[in-house]
Design a protein around this ligand. Sequence first.
Ligand code: SAM
Length: 357
Amino acid sequence: MRTTLGQAEQTFVIGTGTAHTVLSVEDLFGHRINYLRISVTDRCNERCAYCLPDEVQTWAGREETLTDDEIVRLTAAGARLGISKIRVTGGEPLTRPGVVDLIGRLKTCPGIRQIGLSSNGTLLARSHGGGTLAEALRRAGVDALNLSLDSLDRETYARTTGRDFLPRFLDGLRAAQQAGFASIRLNCVLMRGTNEHELWDLVEFAREQGCLIRFIELMPVSSRHVLTEENFLSVGEARRLLEFRLGPLTPLPDFKTLGPATYFAVPTTDQRIGFIGAMTNLHFCESCNKLRLTADGKLRPCLGSHLEFDFRHALRGPATSDADLERLFLEVVARKPREHEFRDNYQPQRRMIAIGG
Ligand code: SAM
């Protein structure tokens, strides 16, 4: 069944799966939205130069941050409209008190089938309920982990993240492996003059650890200064640098994960490498399937656009029904742009950490 609803010409596509009805929502450009990234905090225990450039920060107050109940209610509304995958992110999501319980609740929202977590990994080996935090997260229902790793050199890691936490990252990765996570991805932001000479080592490390590695182009979020001609390294150039060492990489057009990465195979091995080229891949936004919820309750249809819609106000309004929330959610989908504005002299307003990566 296909129906067109409302002034925004919002289209619902309703199909019948084997076990249950699958509902998903499409925007005006054919993006099929089934993925919600939820930032559970704007706080972080690291200070990455490209994400949170200044040491002195203003954080959202406790009152401004969505509560567990509010996040669960909004997720449930999204799930009724076809959201089936969520990623819990931040800031550093593991700094939010009670995050394990929150994830457990999100996992039981009807319709939510997959939960990913983005983390810098440095807190995963912490004790939690008689085991490690990594074990608790797995028990709570996290299916897949994305861990940030820009350098294997302790000094470069410390300079990039503002913290000497490479040993903690390595402990966290080990804890995640011991907890039995089947899918651990390493996300590495490409920076000329910082980690371009390490790309091969990072690929080798990922192979040894059994992780999928993805290289991400710097995006002009947080401040215009995080991306300059001097420090930008495109995914195309990174691929050529790797090919110099590894031989020609073979494109894998049919291999997909949830997001916009394109994958290549390393010759004579079964290793794959992902590239996320928001700046240079002109097809980057075509398959976008996500919305982003900020820790202070704004729903954003696109990372690279200033559009955002206030759900905190709606969630706290005594008269807001679930149907009202769904209507608002659909309005956000209807306003999703065709593509991001990063290539268009984009002037960031909110820091990445306040949007959720
Ligand atoms: N703290 C968590 C982490 O480290 O994954 C979650 C939040 S972090 C904002 C999510 C991802 O966004 C990280 O992989 C980070 O490297 C990436 N990121 C942050 N700022 C970026 C920028 N300016 N350009 C590209 N990627 C960025």
